[in-house]
Design a protein around this ligand. Structure first.
Ligand code: ADP
Ligand code: MG
Length: 278
């Protein structure tokens, strides 16, 4: 039974994030590895607790090859901890990959970058269509939220949850990061739309190539100015013109010029370059 805390051995801490700590655990009977995310709900309002449970139940219904699978939740009342059981992505996240490449002065293979583009677009397509009638999920598309499994397949993780937790005052102070992937329309105060995710995807692909964000600044105002200017350098010359053109298309200032996720998945150069074994 996956829903009982006693059926697992806790092996190690993977890391502590904004909302709790992730542990690598082993399900004793099956010898399978999972990740537990321990969220402290003790200080949350009753309303937020209910919201949290609703959202966790909802993300549990989302099953997709490129979305981190949730297997359930365990509520440990005496400690006020909610354990969310999810798939273990053994090759970590794209943020670690970027940092490793920077440290070792290596680059990410172009084939793998096309794979990230295709598979992340697939995951977003599922989010856009499957759940759009139920809820607007907070999809924080950034390298730290995209995971790699044993076979180097991409899994989009960590959403839904962030939306509730971000609204919780007890958590909000710890999650204020620089919004490097903020879109031009968000700067202008427009509502989130599906093309906003495409912008973030463009930022992600650029960062995988260049190992730094497409837009930067010394403070938030400067960052916003640079995003609005939309001046993009070419991705490193080891990458093809096709990939450079694709990144620029995804990072079109006007969201109407950006392709939809469906268009990305069906785009000839994306299809030509997508290799599921990369
Ligand atoms: P954050 O709030 O910063 O995203 P998380 O709590 O999501 O932090 O994650 C903490 C650490 O655990 C990170 O290093 C992350 O890469 C890792 N992690 C989270 N989920 C998984 C998973 N399903 N498989 C493998 N590692 C994971
Ligand atoms: Mg995370």
């Amino acid at each position: 039974d996956l829903q009982d805390i006693h059926n697992y051995d806790v092996l190690s801490i993977i890391g502590t994030g904004s909302f709790g700590t992730c542990y690598k655990v082993r399900h004793k009977k099956t010898n399978k590895y999972y990740v537990w995310k321990a969220v402290d709900y003790g200080s949350m309002s009753l309303q937020n607790k209910k919201l949290l449970v609703t959202e966790v139940n909802l993300i549990g219904t989302l099953k997709h090859p490129h979305i981190v699978q949730y297997f359930g939740r365990i509520i440990h009342q005496s400690s006020g901890t909610l354990y969310i059981i999810m798939e273990w992505c053994e090759r970590g996240d794209l943020n670690s990959l970027i940092n490793n490449c920077k440290a070792s002065k290596t680059s990410i293979h172009e084939k793998f970058i096309w794979k990230v583009l295709y598979q992340t677009a697939k995951a977003l397509e599922a989010c856009h269509s499957l759940l759009s009638h139920v809820t607007v999920l907070h999809r924080d598309i950034k390298p730290a939220n995209i995971f790699i499994d044993r076979d180097y397949n991409i899994k989009l993780g960590d959403f839904g949850l962030a939306k509730i937790l971000l609204n919780n005052v007890n958590f909000s102070s710890t999650v204020v990061g620089t919004p490097y992937y903020m879109s031009p329309e968000q700067i202008h105060g427009s509502k989130y739309n599906k093309k906003t995710d495409v912008w973030s995807l463009g930022c992600l692909i650029f960062e995988l190539c260049g190992l730094s964000q497409p837009f930067n600044g010394n403070d938030l105002m400067e960052l916003k100015e640079n995003i609005a200017k939309n001046r993009l350098s070419r991705i490193p010359t080891i990458y093809s013109d096709y990939l450079d053109k694709m990144v620029k298309l995804l990072l079109s200032s006007n969201h109407e010029f950006r392709p939809s996720v469906e268009m990305i998945i069906h785009h000839p150069t994306v299809i030509c370059n997508y290799d599921k074994n990369a």
